[in-house]
Design a protein around this ligand. Structure first.
Ligand SMILES: Cc1cc2nc3c(=O)[nH]c(=O)nc-3n(C[C@H](O)[C@H](O)[C@H](O)COP(=O)(O)O)c2cc1C
Length: 384
């Protein structure tokens, strides 16, 4: 069983992560984590903190001579602005910010300072989720799985989705500060961020994550908590500010006829192919060999420069919310966090399907499974 935990606060010394259950023999270096951490920090509409931070994850356990040992991986990301905070006398915060964990958190834990809640609820924690996801991504890469993302919408502005199977499109998305596939979409999405900023407001949006090269048979139809769609939804929904998760065309299928909602099959050259991928690669809670597609809605950033109505818990007076410098839009960053969540769930499901305590053993198990599929369906591999 693959599992991870994170610990740490937004303005504490740093973030800790522990990944347990990885096989031995996986090449893993800090550079593998650095790339995704840097991608999380980019994006048009981010606030001041991103300029200070430049995250770097240290691997402090579970790797010897560049290879995983089979033991837990210990990760550490220092908060670069910790020296600016550690000696400060911080006043109690008693005005909960709408859209944040502040009020529910102080009620739940019977606290009188919302700072204690916001320090842990902050999306700063997603830096560690991205580092953990990068570990999962390394495992998946070993078995031919790659994970990509793009932004489909920011506020009211929609992007024209690019074909993420095309490396040239992926290159353009990676070069775009709003993770858009073409210049016209980029302009529209940027304009939506600018418009929100001009009215002292914030925006959310929609992003898409696609996993290519996923073998059929991950997850299971036999029990509710083994269904891969449910597992993906849980992992993605747990990302700060995510409010809706769809598998494939999930947001649209409610309004379609059945003949326009499913994916017909055809056998060509002994290979089963799908005519469409509306199901996003998952049927009955299992991967069907098509790319796994998820679409995710992120709500607008909760902290707005324009005041929102709230109360002071110390006086019970109605007061306006106070502004703490914040992002205007974090949808592109959230897409990178979404990639990490998808990588995590697929890595877990892959290990569950194939078993094995070392990468070599898993390769042998994969070959054996693919050979069994070939015997039954007279084909080497379902087309991806
Ligand atoms: C990558 C990322 C960056 C975020 N940055 C901010 C921010 O700068 N300011 C803010 O108020 N909320 C930010 N959020 C959103 C809050 O963390 C989120 O609204 C809060 O945790 C409550 O979310 P929930 O209602 O989904 O639990 C960010 C979220 C993500 C995923």
């Amino acid at each position: 069983m693959l599992r991870f935990l994170t610990a740490g606060e937004s303005h504490g010394p740093g973030l800790t992560g522990i990944v347990d259950g990885l096989p031995a023999g996986l090449a893993l270096a800090e550079e593998d984590l650095a790339r995704d951490l840097a991608r999380r920090q980019l994006g048009y509409g981010r606030g001041g903190r991103m300029k200070i931070e430049q995250d770097r994850a240290e691997i402090r356990g579970g790797v010897a001579k560049g290879l995983t040992t089979g033991g837990p991986i210990a990760l550490w990301i220092e908060n670069r602005d910790w020296p600016n905070w550690k000696d400060r006398e911080l006043e109690r915060l008693t005005v909960p910010r709408p859209g944040h964990a502040d009020l529910a958190g102080v009620m739940k834990y019977l606290l009188d300072d919302t700072r204690i809640v916001l320090e842990r609820a902050s999306a700063r924690e997603t830096a560690m989720r991205v580092a953990v996801g990068a570990v999962a991504r390394r495992l998946l890469a070993e078995f031919g799985v790659s994970i990509r993302s793009q932004v489909l919408q920011i506020g009211p502005a929609r992007a024209v989705p690019g074909d993420l199977a095309d490396p040239a499109v992926v290159e353009r998305v990676e070069a775009s500060a709003v993770r858009a596939a073409d210049p016209a979409s980029e302009d529209r999405l940027r304009a939506a961020v600018d418009a929100a900023k001009a009215r002292q407001d914030t925006v959310g949006g929609v992003f898409e994550v696609i996993a290519f090269g996923v073998i059929p048979g991950l997850g299971s139809h036999v029990q509710w908590d083994r269904k891969l769609d449910g597992r993906l939804a849980q992992a993605l929904m747990s990302i700060q500010a995510v409010k809706a998760v769809a598998i494939g065309d999930g947001f649209e299928v409610g309004g379609r006829y059945g003949t326009e909602a499913h994916d017909g099959m055809t056998a060509r050259d002994g290979t089963i192919r799908r005519l469409t991928n509306r199901a996003g690669g998952i049927e009955g809670g299992m991967t069907n060999g098509e790319p796994v597609v998820v679409r995710v809605v992120k709500k607008p950033i909760s902290t707005t420069a324009a005041p929102q109505p709230t109360v002071d818990l110390a006086t019970l007076a109605d007061v306006p919310s106070q502004y703490i410098r914040s992002d205007v839009c974090a949808v592109p960053a959230a897409a990178v966090v979404g990639e990490a969540a998808v990588a995590w769930v697929l890595a877990d499901a892959l290990l569950e399907k194939l078993g094995g305590d070392s990468v070599r053993e898993i390769h042998a198990n994969l070959e054996s499974y693919l050979a069994q599929l070939a015997i039954r369906y007279q084909r080497p591999r379902i087309a991806t």
